[in-house]
Design a protein around this ligand. Structure first.
Ligand code: IVH
Length: 749
């Protein structure tokens, strides 16, 4: 089989397994097998740049950051939709349809309104051409690279697909993924997103698609933009086409051909909507037939053939009975509202996170208050505000330090206060338990260590972790490696709940489960790659992708512990901090005299050089933003701490030596070979060329250059074929030289 044939085969295999895993939740091959195929494709693509394809599954992990989004004009405007709020308005809408179409019965469909971010996807000849945001409805941002990272979104369509297909839909962050993202951010002391839609919008705005790939986004289609090469009669035919193309389609769907049926569909959806993977606050009602839609037409802002019925928002008052405090894995202390139970968006809510002390103080929340609650993004219970008129005279303000008498609720160690000002108007105050041996932290650390994404230890969930810590068998994750089957088999677990509502006697963990667990502990050092071990340690800011990046750059854990790369990243950040601080323009610290100003100006310039020099020393490693200054510092702090040193010592005593399975630090081999005439030059490619754009892109990149999607001040050349009008204009305005294919060839000589 030729490399080209194998590449095609691998791409369709990987997309097939991707679909089985993400869309159908029925994987047929283990993750390791998928990773192997993926790496084979990556290697072939590296060796054969001529086979490059922007819709290769390897592009799903994101690419080099863009300097800005290009603008794209929508083939037909992306309209808004009129909102209605009462059944009377639904009846009016239906009557209007009857009148305008001159018919008694009009088939309509009813489906959830997805609270996400609108996107348009254009497929040409069965391949994703581009994807864009709604923008102002006429033009939007080209966010193709970001959309490609969405695993459920097909990059190619089957042969039967129409030659041109524009599908519209919503990008969203599924509820559970959103909750996890916010939990992680809270653990790190970062500001949380208010709801899944904000998290989605914030993610899609990122210019670095590798950062987008790390966020769990999903896409669901709900409409048709333009289509060529196929005629569709209505909603049903459109949905059949989506199914053929494996494009996720909005469910559930009701159809009705009279008003009563329409109203009952709206009620039925209200019952179901809280179970959907996305937030929804409404039902979209659409005329089913496409010719009827055409006949009804649109106003300048919205179609006449659709409306959105909005359910009343669910916000309810309830009493704040108490504030309790939870201890997280890294020791962060999170205040939790204990509420008088209240029915909210489909469930009974009795607890809600209060995030941190600043959240409580900014809203002046006091124990005993009546508070207004809702579910943020229909998912996360949240306290919105205090209903001050209902404040009882004995409502008590909350202070974490007083409440806990200065001590961790789990281990009595002293607690410490931290202020985080990064990227925020006001500092966020968090409290932490600083005892690494705190039992609550130990349980959380153990659960983290053994979870599926980490070492995937058989049968070690939270309840078993609690018992292991309580019984004294395990104090920290590495104690697992000295566990014996006998002691584990005898571990007493909590009684099971019986169907009668009573509880059974305490149970033992049992011989069989003990054997399985010990076996998976024993094999972990060889079975699980280094990246999972790093993630398992649970160092703040070191999530799955940071761990993968670390294992790309290092082969073993001791190498990371003494990494000069990480030290350099920290050193650059320190120099940058110093440069900001001593800048003669620093308003918070202005120079006191002319001579000081001069002195600082000199130092400022020296620092600039030093930073550039230090940066160029590690540029060849192309370290991803996952390993920034904060992550690097956290890593070094961990390995230099007493806790970290003990960890490494035991790690080595136990003979554990997991190795990286993606180690490729990319030393500058190519540069060393001297064939890099385009080093440091940035190109944009436009117009019709004699070879595929991707060929030129590969050529430029192989010879040291960079190719970006849009022209900016840092572009050095525009490589232009015939056409390419708007980019030519922009290049002319910015004074950027436009070169032909021949001129590029001579630059390469
Ligand atoms: S159909 C405008 N169906 O809501 C043409 N739109 O507020 C008809 N939306 O721009 C749109 N869920 O981005 C339709 N099930 C759904 C939807 C939906 C969310 C968005 C869509 C539209 C916006 C208007």
């Amino acid at each position: 089989m030729s490399p080209a044939e194998r590449v095609t085969e691998l791409r369709s295999l990987l997309e097939h397994h991707n679909r089985l895993y993400y869309v159908e939740a029925h994987p047929e091959i283990p993750d390791a097998e998928y990773d192997k195929l993926f790496r084979e494709l990556e290697e072939l693509e590296d060796q054969h740049p001529e086979l490059d394809d922007s819709n290769s599954p390897t592009r799903r992990v994101g690419g080099a950051p863009l300097e800005g989004f290009e603008q794209v004009q929508h083939p037909v405007p992306m309209l808004s939709i009129d909102d209605i709020f009462s059944e009377e308005e639904v009846a009016e809408f239906y009557r209007r349809l009857q009148k305008n179409l001159g018919l008694e019965s009009i088939p309509v469909t009813i489906e959830p309104k997805i609270d996400g971010v609108a996107a348009s996807l254009v497929y040409r000849n069965g391949s994703l051409d581009y994807g864009a945001t709604r923008g102002d409805g006429m033009t939007g941002d080209d966010i193709t690279a970001n959309l490609r990272t969405i695993p459920t979104l097909p990059l190619t369509l089957p042969g039967s697909a129409p030659t041109l297909l524009e599908v519209r839909g919503e990008v969203f962050m599924p509820g559970e993924a959103f909750a996890r993202l916010n939990e992680e951010r809270e653990e790190k002391g970062l500001a949380t997103f208010a709801n899944p839609r904000n998290a989605t919008a914030g993610t899609l705005k990122q210019l670095d698609s590798r950062a987008v790939a790390r966020r769990p986004l999903a896409f669901i289609a709900h409409g048709l933009g333009v289509i060529e090469g196929l005629e569709l009669s209505g909603e049903e035919a459109f949905r059949a086409l989506l199914a053929t193309c494996s494009i996720p389609c909005n469910e559930p769907l009701w159809t009705a051909d009279e008003l009563d049926g329409l109203l009952s569909a709206i009620h039925e959806l209200d019952q179901k909507r809280h179970q959907l993977p996305y937030a929804t606050d409404g039902a979209v009602i659409k005329v089913a037939s496409f010719p009827d839609r055409l006949a009804l037409g649109t106003t300048s802002r919205a179609p006449r053939w659709a409306v959105a019925f909005k359910y009343p928002p669910e916000q309810k008052p309830t009493q704040l009975l108490d504030i309790t405090v939870q201890v997280g894995r890294s020791g962060i202390l999170t205040p939790v509202a204990e509420l008088e139970p209240v029915a909210l968006s489909g469930t009974t809510v009795s607890r809600a996170t209060l995030h941190n002390e600043s959240f409580i103080h900014e809203r002046d929340i006091r124990i005993g208050d009546t508070v207004l609650t809702h579910k943020s993004g229909e998912i996360i219970p949240e306290v919105l505000k205090v209903i001050t008129e209902k404040r009882p005279p004995d409502a008590t303000p909350f202070s974490m330090h007083e409440h806990l008498e200065g001590k961790c609720p789990a281990c009595d160690a002293f607690i410490a206060r931290r202020e985080n000002t990064e990227g925020k108007e006001r500092p966020v105050v968090t409290w932490w338990c600083q005892n690494p041996l705190c039992p609550k932290q130990a349980v959380a650390a153990l659960t983290h260590f053994s979870q599926r994404k980490a070492l995937d230890l058989e049968g070690l969930g939270e309840s078993v972790a609690v018992k292991l810590v309580e019984s004294g068998l395990v104090g920290s994750p590495l104690d697992l490696f000295s566990l014996e089957i006998g002691e584990l088999a005898n571990l007493l677990l909590d009684p099971a709940r019986l169907q009668t509502g009573e509880s059974s006697k305490p149970r033992r963990f049992g011989e069989k489960k003990a054997q399985l667990l010990v076996e998976s502990i024993k094999t972990a050092p060889t079975v699980q790659p280094l990246s999972r071990w790093i993630f398992a340690i649970g160092i703040p800011q070191i999530g799955e992708s940071a761990s993968k990046e670390l294992s790309r750059l290092h082969e073993t854990l001791p190498e990371i512990a003494s990494s000069s790369l990480l030290r350099t990243v920290c050193r650059i950040a320190d120099l940058e901090d110093e440069r900001k601080e001593i800048s003669p323009q620093n308003r918070d610290n202005p120079p006191a005299s002319q001579s000081e100003k001069e002195e600082r100006r000199k130092r400022h310039a020296t620092l600039k050089l030093e930073i550039a020099e230090t940066q160029s020393g590690i540029a060849e490693f192309e370290i991803s933003p996952d390993i920034g200054a904060v992550a690097s510092r956290n890593l070094l702090t961990f390995f230099e701490s007493e806790h970290g040193r003990i960890f490494m010592q035991r790690f080595q005593q136990l003979g554990l030596s997991p190795r990286s399975d993606n180690f490729s630090p990319r030393p500058a081999e190519a540069a060393a070979s001297g064939m890099m005439p385009l080093t440091g030059k940035t190109f944009v490619i436009t117009g019709t060329l004699s070879r595929a754009r991707n060929d030129y892109k590969a050529l430029i990149e192989q010879t040291g250059g960079k190719v970006t999607g849009s022209i900016s001040k840092s572009t050095n050349y525009l490589l232009a074929g015939e056409g390419g009008g708007s980019k030519r204009d922009k290049a002319a305005t910015l004074g950027i030289p436009v070169i032909t294919e021949d001129e590029l060839q001579s630059m390469l000589q």
